[in-house]
Design a protein around this ligand. Structure first.
Ligand code: HGY
Ligand code: MN
Ligand code: MN
Ligand code: MN
Length: 428
């Protein structure tokens, strides 16, 4: 077994790369947009089919499956000392519109394959091993990122807010969740939160979503920290009117206020002077959205992040001041300025970093310590468990677009490092 003779057991680990690639390709077909793009939105028919696919694989791997009220899925391999806090791994399978097939997926299918690999090698865990599929890591449908892991980490405001949350089509979270077979009772959301100490470690495998590993030819990234994300919703309202008849001095154009604010976001981010500060206006909607009608309403959603939380908060404050000033200057109303989330960064756990480093060394894979600029469910799992993340290279660092790609060799290396890390932590 792995804990007695590392060199022997490491050489006995073999990832079934062919099956894993087949699973990745098949999962990608559960999409609402044509290949090579993937679009898989929370609680849609495609999401339900994809969940069924994953649960089936978990069953084939001999895992016992549990689902909570929002559809976080847990597949457990019971250890020889099942009363000890388990070691967990996992990621998400939801995919933002027109994205790729590896973001999140590698950390779910890869986790199941890591378990299979350990089983084939004859390994027997002491602490139980658990694969988690997190619900809605992406904020696409209800505007809230890491929905499942946020609830698991015990964010009670969210459990409360979900009772009245609706999507862009005015479908309530509860109805959407029920259509997928979850949220049987309204108060179930409080039950999602994990008891402290439920897990003694959480490790997530993920594509880097950045160019560093590929550029430097390093197969394994070991994440030391996850940058602090925030998102803001803004709405401006003006009088609108006829695009020909209303003269320029008499307008208060809500669309131009939005345009100005989008540029202000860029300016405030650049003013931080740090390459680690980023800001994006990924949603900008104009109402009524007709070429010959002055926008009477505009809606922006702003994403801003930094590895330094304080610096990120200063940017948020500047955006707030700009939104007010722009509204005043243009005679529009700032009808909403809502900080949807303003999360702190997370640090990986030292002993998990050491386990991941040791695993990479035993597998003869070079590694590099790095930060994660993207957020992950690990950001929230870090609140209830020691956390670590393994990155693998992806083509040109592409992500959140159809060109996203990771080679099966790199994925298999990541699975091996994950398997050995889980084995070490399980015996520890
Ligand atoms: O946006 C993020 O960082 C993640 O990929 N959802
Ligand atoms: Mn993503
Ligand atoms: Mn992801
Ligand atoms: Mn709106």
């Amino acid at each position: 077994p792995i804990h007695e003779s590392h060199s022997h057991s490491v050489s006995s680990l073999s990832v079934d790369a062919r099956s894993l690639q087949k699973q990745i390709d098949e999962l990608a077909t559960f999409s609402d947009t044509p290949a090579p793009s993937v679009t898989r939105i929370l609680y849609t028919e495609k999401d339900v089919l994809a969940r069924r696919f994953i649960k089936n694989l978990m069953g084939l791997s001999g895992l016992s499956i549990r689902e909570d009220a929002v559809g976080n899925i847990f597949g457990r391999w019971e250890g020889s000392e099942p009363e000890l806090a388990a070691i967990a791994t996992g990621s998400h399978i939801d995919a933002i519109p027109y994205s790729g097939k590896y973001d999140g997926v590698v950390g779910v299918l890869g986790a199941i394959e890591a378990i299979n690999t350990l089983k084939r090698s004859g390994f027997k865990p002491k602490k139980s091993l658990e694969v988690i599929l997190f619900t809605s890591e992406e904020p696409t449908r209800f505007g809230i990122s890491c929905l499942g892991s946020r609830l698991l980490s015990g964010v009670e405001e969210l459990a409360k807010a979900l009772k009245t949350t609706v999507d862009g089509q005015n479908i309530s979270f509860i109805l959407a969740a029920r259509s997928a077979g979850y949220a049987e009772e309204k108060d179930d959301f409080y039950s999602v939160s994990l008891k402290k100490g439920s897990y003694s470690a959480f490790v997530e495998l993920h594509i880097e979503q950045g160019p560093i590993l590929e550029k430097e030819g390093i197969p394994i990234g070991i994440v030391t920290a996850i940058a602090a994300p925030a998102s803001i919703k803004v709405e401006f309202e003006g009088n609108g009117g006829h695009a020909g008849a209303v003269l320029m001095p008499n307008r208060n154009d809500a669309g131009l206020a939005a345009a100005e604010l989008a540029l202000a976001v860029e300016r405030h981010v650049l003013e931080s002077g740090s390459i680690d500060s980023v800001g994006t206006v990924g949603i900008l909607e104009l109402h009524p959205g007709a070429i010959n009608s002055i926008p009477s309403k505009s809606h922006l959603e702003i994403d801003t992040r930094d590895i330094d939380e304080e610096r990120r908060n200063i940017i948020i404050e500047k955006i707030r001041q700009s939104a007010s000033a722009i509204a005043k200057n243009r005679g529009v109303r700032l009808t909403e300025f809502k900080i949807v989330n303003q999360d702190p960064p997370a640090l990986s756990d030292k002993s998990i970093i050491e386990a991941m480093e040791a695993a990479s060394k035993e597998l003869n894979l070079t590694h590099k310590k790095m930060i994660s600029r993207a957020y992950h469910d690990s950001l929230f799992m870090a609140r209830v468990s020691p956390m670590g993340m393994i990155f693998i290279p992806c083509y040109k660092g592409y992500s959140h677009k159809p060109e996203e790609y990771a080679s099966i060799e790199n994925i298999s290396n990541g699975v091996k490092v994950l398997a050995v890390t889980l084995a070490k932590l399980s015996q520890g």
